[in-house]
Design a protein around this ligand. Sequence first.
Ligand code: XUL
Ligand code: CO
Length: 440
Amino acid sequence: MKEYFKNVSKISYEGPESKNPYSFKYYNPDEIIGNKSMREHLRFAMSYWHTLTADGTDQFGIGTMIRSWNNENDKMDLAKARMEAAFEFMDKLDLDYFCFHDRDIAPEGKDLTETDSNLDEIVTICKDLMKKNNKKLLWGTANLFSNPRFVHGAGTTCNVDVFAYAAGQLKKAIDITKELGGENYVFWGGREGYETLLNTDMEFELDNFARLLHMAVDYAKEIGFKGQFLIEPKPKEPTKHQYDFDVAAVLAFLRKYELDKYFKINIEANHATLAGHTFQHEIQTARINNALGSLDANQGDPNLGWDTDQFPTNIYDTTLAMYEVLKNGGIAPGGLNFDAKVRRASFEPEDLFLAYIAGMDTFAKGLRVAYKLLEDGPIENFIKEKYSSFNSKIGKDIIEGKIGFNELEKYALENTSIENKSGRQEMLESIVNQYILEDK
Ligand code: XUL
Ligand code: CO
């Protein structure tokens, strides 16, 4: 088989003392942290679209990326070359999983029939390469947003022909995800949202979106697809207002339409920050609602108001994200998908490796620090103590549902001194810093 990344050989763990940029400093896949290996904790995945398909195009200029597989002129030859390059990349980086949209891996044909047969041809190749290289599909998804037919949305479109097309495409995407043993299936609402309510029936669109998802649930049952369904929230982009705004909005939607037992949530860091939340806030919101499904590992730029999809390099954020994952008892069957792209000026193929190394090391470090923080318990103990007035006497009575307003009013009238204690935020932030700095 052709070699696509000739200048890079297998990346291995060399430890924090190494100065070799093509080595892991913190990600040591087989090192045991607590009860499982780093590999099992982190379940890293490659995003097919940003890694293989994207060419660096932006609103102001054409692509810049040097990618050897782009020499292929025929669309299907290009798709095949990409697929081979994908497995070489995963092998060299020791990535166990990948994620794709149907349109990332195979080109659209002249109609849905030809498109589906293109997909079938590539899926056969993919399945074979997965077996040979021992790689797994974390999740599949359908691209229901790039083609102009989805101008008014897919599940939320006003055009029934488009709704039917979306359902057909979705059915096929679930089929191939099952065929490849996908452990999850993601619904990110590409153009499910609106620009103006002057031309939008929000209630009708949401009802229809729920109808499409119910059909997906029924179809998964029909074919015996056991993967976890996930919704990925995002507050804006491409539409001004995306319906799946954030974790809380998605939970409310799922509960209203009785879809909550079938769906969990795929949380992306940059989507969280666009919604005005931290990544940790979104993960915790999902966790306490038993809805944490998977993570799209990336980061935004605090100075920019759009989805920059950068590789995660902020240890503070990855520490707090992994803290939540550990408190959740792990992320499986989800994983950490690098929904991240190299900058347009990082156009050499080597940059892809350097970017993944940066992201994987940053999450590995976050995992190590989070594990120690949880084991020693400075934050947990502080929080426990902070609410301790609810552990006994009248506090306990409230928790046990034994009393109401009358008893509480009596208590308040008799209690002449209320004393509060400090929240100690700065001390806690400094403890997190100390754990980050001390971990070697
Ligand atoms: C878009 C985004 C998508 C989803 C999958 O912002 O995050 O790539 O992850 O459709
Ligand atoms: Co994403």
